[in-house]
Design a protein around this ligand. Sequence first.
Ligand code: CO
Length: 171
Amino acid sequence: MAKKEIVTYPNPILKKKSKPITAFDSELKRLVDDMAETMFAVPGSGLAAVQIGALLQVLLMNLSENENENKYLALINPEILEKQGTQSDKEGCLSVPDYFTKVKRAQKVKVQGLDINGNEHKYEFEDWLARVVQHEVDHLNGILILDRISSLKRALYKKRRKKQLKKEKSE
Ligand code: CO
C-alpha cells in the first residue's frame, strides 16, 4: 500500500468523467489499497479514484466508527438507482482545500455497485452516508461541491484559492 497525493482544485482532471472498471485484478486491488491508505491518513469520509489521479469508477466510503478502526466500503462502477427526500448540510472535499459549504442532497439513496471481485451488491444509505456516496459519485462524473453552489459563492472560492496557490508558490 502507498499513500498518494490528493489532487486538488483547479486541477482539470477533477472535471473529467471516470471510466468503468472492466478487470477485477491485482491492479484494481492495489488501487483500492492505495485509496484506503490515502483516505485514512487524512482521514476523509470518502474518496474517489480521480482524487489520486486515476480516472476510474472506484469510490470508497469510510465506515470507521472511531480513529482506531480502518473500515471502509469500496464501490466499483456505482450507480444511484433511487433518491428520496432532501437534506441540506455542510460538506467539505479533500480536493477543495479549506472550504465547507451547505450542499443539498437526497436524504436516502439506493445504490448498486460491484465489489473488488466483480460481484454486484445493492445498498441503502441514509443521512450522512447517503451524503457521502452522492458526493463520491459526483466525483466520478466530474462534479465538485463547487458545481453545486451559487455562482457567486463559487467565484469567491476561486478567488481565495488563487491567492492561496500564489502564496504557496512564493513561499
Ligand atoms: Co470530494
